[in-house]
Design a protein around this ligand. Structure first.
Ligand SMILES: [Zn+2]
Ligand SMILES: [Zn+2]
Ligand SMILES: [Zn+2]
Length: 456
């Protein structure tokens, strides 16, 4: 696997810190081949992917605390700056749509120190609302110069920090004064309890705290599939009419999409949904076979192929043609929307195959890789609230994370196709009197059709 422990080094984007002399347990593995000069000229074009490490041991957990500038999923946030945190519910950490408490999903350490000294340490903290389906999201950016009141300008010594933490019973007094001891999110100012209101509720009703499993994110260079296949695709008929609503109203981008739609279906499947009932069983099986073959040719994931095979088995076993008509229609629509005619989904699938198991894609200043055609962000993200400058794409959290984290109360409420994070192009510094944590822009592209899309 490409995953491994590539986190030290690689490059500016996701590396933990800067010093070549840094000592680390892993040092024999990355003798610097990744941090050579190849990306000096244009670091913004280099693309990274992130993978989940195994759940940490108690010892390793100490390495996921703020003094070691981790990139991680779940657990309690390792707030970069233990001061002026985003405010507790009903403030910053409440969902903008439903006002319920947000949950800490992940954080990524992504220095921009070479571009802005004030962003030597730079962390994006990502929160989701699991009450909203698909999830709502909020992102907060915190950054510090190398010389700052909170951390030494020297490279942190992991062993020493872990030892200290162990000695103090894993206490971080600065954060403890501000945060819930259970979920790590900000407590109400002046609150008596050391738990937030929501965690107190969980305790009362005997529900687990809303915390995702803690896992370190390791990064490595992305493999970007070439786009030859796409160029060869031929123009086909307009299938817009079969789309169930979402996102087919916009201008240019959609027109473009139409011109590359490929017709791979038999006449039968392309027929109006209402006519599907007239098909013979053989027609249905043939349709399913065609869909499977085409999906394979386009590099669909195993999970997606399983869905298609499942459907084929169903129709082939149904000798009297009594397949549920609703299901038939759902299949037709799904195939039209995602399996075949959606270049975006095909591209997403190819990328996923090339970077198996990744859950994060990082490409500062690049383009998002949309999960599917419908509900892309077709306009510019809103400008930075702090400096008014433009925001650029920085990273996306992939739906693969949902299955990687699956099984917990909290993770089962995750629902998104991809979460795209856009940040201030300049990584502007906080001005006197402004929030220490700058809210950035997160855009959730939902899954197109829950009934048929694979969960992995
Ligand atoms: Zn919500
Ligand atoms: Zn809490
Ligand atoms: Zn800004």
């Amino acid at each position: 696997m490409a995953a491994g422990r590539g986190k030290e080094g690689t490059e500016e984007a996701c590396e933990r810190k800067k010093e070549p002399e840094e000592k680390d347990e892993d040092e024999e593995e990355d003798s610097g081949e990744e941090e050579d000069d190849s990306d000096d000229d244009d670091d913004e074009s280099s693309e990274m992917v992130g993978y989940l490490e195994d759940p940490p041991t108690e010892e390793e957990r100490r390495l996921l605390t703020r003094r070691l500038f981790p990139s991680k999923v779940g657990g309690r946030p390792a707030w970069l700056i233990p001061k002026n945190l985003p405010t507790a519910v009903p403030g910053d950490l409440a969902c903008s749509a439903c006002a319920r408490p947000l949950r800490f999903l992940l954080q990524v350490y992504a220095s921009r120190g070479e571009h802005r000294p004030g962003a030597f340490h730079r962390v994006l903290h990502v929160f989701v609302c699991t009450s909203c389906q698909p999830n709502e999201v909020k992102v907060f950016r915190a950054q510090l110069a190398r010389e700052n009141p909170f951390y030494s300008s020297e490279v942190p010594n992991a062993k020493k920090i872990a030892k200290e933490l162990k000695k103090t019973g894993d206490k971080d007094l600065d954060l403890e004064a501000l945060c819930c001891q259970d979920c790590g999110l900000t407590r109400e100012a002046g609150a008596e309890s050391s738990s937030c209101t929501d965690c107190q509720r969980c305790t009362r009703v005997n529900e687990p705290f809303a915390v995702f499993q803690e896992r370190e994110i390791s990064t490595s260079g992305a493999t970007v599939p070439d786009e030859e296949d796409q160029a060869e695709e031929v123009a086909g008929p307009d299938v817009k009419g079969y789309r169930p609503g979402a996102g087919n109203t916009s201008g240019d981008a959609d027109a473009e999409e139409d011109s590359t739609v490929e017709e791979v279906f038999t006449e039968g499947v392309a027929a109006e949904a209402g006519e599907a009932g007239g098909k013979t069983q053989q027609d249905l099986v043939a349709d399913a076979d065609a869909a499977i073959a085409s999906a394979k040719a386009k590099g669909a994931s195993e999970a997606m192929l399983d869905k298609l095979r499942e459907y084929r088995t169903k129709v082939s076993e149904n000798a009297d043609g009594a397949i549920d008509l609703t299901e038939q229609n759902v299949f037709d629509e799904w195939s039209k929307e995602n399996g075949e005619s959606d270049d975006f989904f095909s591209k997403f699938n190819r990328y996923s195959l090339e970077n198996k198991g990744h859950m994060l894609r990082y490409a500062f200043g690049g383009e998002p890789l949309w999960f599917c055609g419908p509900r892309r962000l077709l306009k510019d993200p809103p400008p930075c609230q702090r400096c008014g400058g433009a925001r650029v794409f920085e990273l996306q959290v992939q739906a693969q994370l949902i299955s990687l984290l699956g099984g917990s109360h909290c993770a089962d409420r995750l629902d998104f196709g991809t979460i795209c994070v856009y940040t201030c192009a300049e990584s502007c510094d906080p001005l006197e009197g402004t929030h220490t944590y700058a809210e950035e822009y997160g855009y959730v592209q939902p899954e197109a059709n829950d009934a048929w899309l694979p969960k992995a």
